[in-house]
Design a protein around this ligand. Sequence first.
Ligand SMILES: [Zn+2]
Length: 277
Amino acid sequence: MHKIDTVRFFAAGSCFQKEGLSLRGGAWRDVEFPAVCAVFRHPQIGWVLYDTGYDPCIYASNTKLSLKWYAKFMKVKVSQRSSVVAGLKRLGLAPDDIALVVLSHFHPDHIGGARSFSKARFLCSRAGYIAACTKPKRLGFHRELLPDDFEERCEFVEDRSPSSEHVLRGLGGVYDVFGDGLVLGVLLDGHAPRQLALLVRGNARSCFLVSDAAWSTRAILENRPPHSITRLIQDDWQTLLRNLKQLNRLACENPTWRFAPSHCRENLATGECRLQD
Ligand SMILES: [Zn+2]
């Protein structure tokens, strides 16, 4: 049947930061932020992976110093047993089973495991990728984390059919990713330029993979932005606040939707989101 049954979640590494940074009013102690990947099977395309988490290559001796410093500063924890490849294996999948890897944006906790996929196509935002290539230092982009032939295997969401889905009004551009209405790509500025979120739709509920537009489901449900000090690491603070408000509106208007920010522990607890009755 022409539908997507389930979105499954697993972590590919994690980092440790103060909770109060991610959630205004949160505790001022270190908490673990998993780098969550999501995977689902599209009836025509096959297996689709959303983000690739951290990868143990970040500790390799030939890793650039700037990336090593990043890993140290962010207190990154990842091993072969907690990589994207290990997470897929636990679901009975191998990297070559993945037809399409969607990259939400180009921070190391989202593209870290991208080199594990030597056959898959990639999908991201053209404007987001160009911005990352143009200002790699400011946007925390390390090109070496992507496969050498990334550009030959990459497709851009801006080339897919635009969608005029009314419910998503007020956010960035909306695209019908596979032309069948099952998955909408939504460009959410704020945390990173043209961050690509996916709304995966089913008849019982929809799952909105929002990447780093918020750092927890709670932040969306309560419209609680991160601490203002984090504006230093956000691309566009005012747009981040505006989009968080829009996500809060969507959560109020669509109580059956599940929101899945990339660093939220709630989705890992259940491990999956069933989209059909
Ligand atoms: Zn990010």
